[in-house]
Design a binder for this molecule. Structure first.
Ligand SMILES: [Ca+2]
Length: 457
């Protein structure tokens, strides 16, 4: 369905505006544009100390992206396990907080064709490439559950999440490095004050597959962790604590779980999701550019097998002491794609999302998008207003009101999967849109000066 195109010039304008999407979050408008469209399955996004955006890709590359143009160079290409089916490959990445003065970059990756191993190595940045690999830790890897998120702690140690590698027996075994969070010194040695003594990397145990980690308010450390069929978990990390897997899923709420939790001092999640929604990268958003996100934990969500919604970003609101989840709100599900990770530009507060296509484990498209509070295409929109739609929900015909700047400009309607179902031009300040025959559901109506959700009955 297309609206008549009366002015050719404005219709061209409408076409060029399709490269971006706008989202209204409270009083903030976000403009989304594709930054890199040919990523080889982006896994970790890091805002670099060199003011470039770094990305690890599951197929083995580390790319260094100009955040303005999206141009990138490949600074490392590792020979990793990647068969397109499972979950191994190049995964976690961490820069030294004083990068590039301290040139060290840590990478977690899996290799081995038949028997997968997981490695944590440190490399050096020579201004062009990552060189001088030094392996610090290796442990069993698998086709599934390899953890691998990395975090620099304020005490100058590093946390590394590991997965149970598909063997549930690993997580409660203090002799195994799988199903744990490990703590190490930057040179790979074991910190003397580790909770299980100076001979053990183990920092927490009873983990299944944590794949998001961040430092939040007051130095609290949070993880996101995949559950099996229930209870994806958002956890507060405390040294030495047992997180219960495989004996406990989510809260300690069945009789057998309560016994186990009492015996092993199990830490319950701050929040859990059933059915699983497949939680991933975390970022604590502190910038004032997006007041609606400020002070919240942003969590990448892939979208689970029984999850009725696609991938999305969830903003988690914490209590003042950071010990409870007080609210959550989901964004960007309209793309219908799995969101793997997030990084924030510390200057502008703009952020970047790594999309891993529509299907497990990494179907195309694999795109890195920028979400900016300023309009990168330069469309003038000093006052951003919502589009008014009546009635709610609508049936047959919907009345639409827009502000003056939108008249003659583009009109785009997308469905929840992000697919454009209608594009054309705004004919006047008030007009009617024929939605007869549209399937019931939620749509997004977008003009040059604002956007609103359209609910069709
Ligand atoms: Ca439970």
């Amino acid at each position: 369905m297309k609206l008549p195109c009366l002015l050719p010039l404005l219709c061209l304008f409408a076409l060029s505006a399709q490269a971006q999407d706008t989202f209204t979050i409270g009083n903030t408008t976000l403009y989304a544009t594709d930054l890199v469209t040919d990523s080889q399955i982006p896994w970790e996004l890091v805002w670099g100390g060199d003011d470039m955006l770094w990305c690890s890709e599951r197929k083995g590359r580390v790319i260094r992206i100009d955040p303005v143009t999206g141009d990138y160079t490949t600074v490392l290409d590792l020979n990793v396990t990647f068969n397109g089916q499972g979950e191994p490959g190049l995964l976690g990445m961490l820069q030294h907080p004083n990068f590039p003065e301290d040139p060290r970059v840590w990478l977690a990756y899996c290799d081995g064709q038949f028997s997968v191993s997981e490695h944590l190595s440190v490399f050096e940045w020579n201004g062009t490439e990552l060189v001088n690999e030094q392996e610090l830790i290796s442990l069993p890897g698998a086709q599934i559950h390899n953890g691998s998120r990395l975090l620099w702690m304020s005490d100058n140690t590093i946390l590394m999440t590991t997965g149970d590698a598909g063997d549930t027996g690993n997580s409660q075994d203090l002799e195994s490095l799988n199903g744990k969070i490990l703590r190490l010194n930057p040179d790979g040695s074991i910190p003397e004050d580790n909770p299980f003594g100076p001979d053990s990397y183990i920092y927490t145990w009873g983990n299944r597959n944590p794949q998001g980690i961040c430092e939040g308010p007051d130095g609290n450390i949070y993880t996101s962790e995949h559950g099996q069929n229930s209870d994806d978990e958002f956890n507060l990390v405390e040294a030495g604590r047992n997180y219960g897997w495989p004996d406990v899923q989510g809260a300690c709420n069945s009789p057998s779980e309560q016994n186990f939790c009492a015996e092993w001092n199990v830490m319950e999640p701050l929040e859990a999701w059933t059915p699983c929604i497949a939680l991933n990268g975390l970022e604590y958003y502190t910038h004032e550019a997006i007041p609606e996100f400020q002070g919240k934990i942003l969590m990448s969500v892939l979208g689970g097998f029984n999850d009725p919604f696609p991938g999305r970003l969830i903003a988690i609101e914490l209590s003042e002491d950071g010990m409870e989840v007080e609210g959550q709100e989901a964004f960007f599900a309209s793309y219908g794609q799995r969101i793997r990770d997030i990084a924030v530009n510390p200057y502008s507060g703009n952020f970047y999302l790594a999309f891993n296509g529509t299907q497990y484990p990494g179907a195309p498209p694999n795109i890195i998008k920028e979400f900016s509070t300023s309009d990168p295409a330069g469309i003038p929109s000093p006052v951003v207003e919502p589009v008014l739609l009546r009635p709610i929900p609508a049936q047959g015909v919907v009345d639409i009101s827009v502000t003056e700047g939108a008249v003659g400009g583009p009109l785009v309607v997308r469905d929840m999967t992000g697919r454009i179902v209608m594009e054309g031009q705004v004919p006047s300040l008030r007009f009617q849109l024929d939605i007869e025959g549209w399937s019931a559901g939620r749509y997004n109506v977008w003009t040059a000066t604002g956007a609103s959700a359209l609910l069709v009955h």
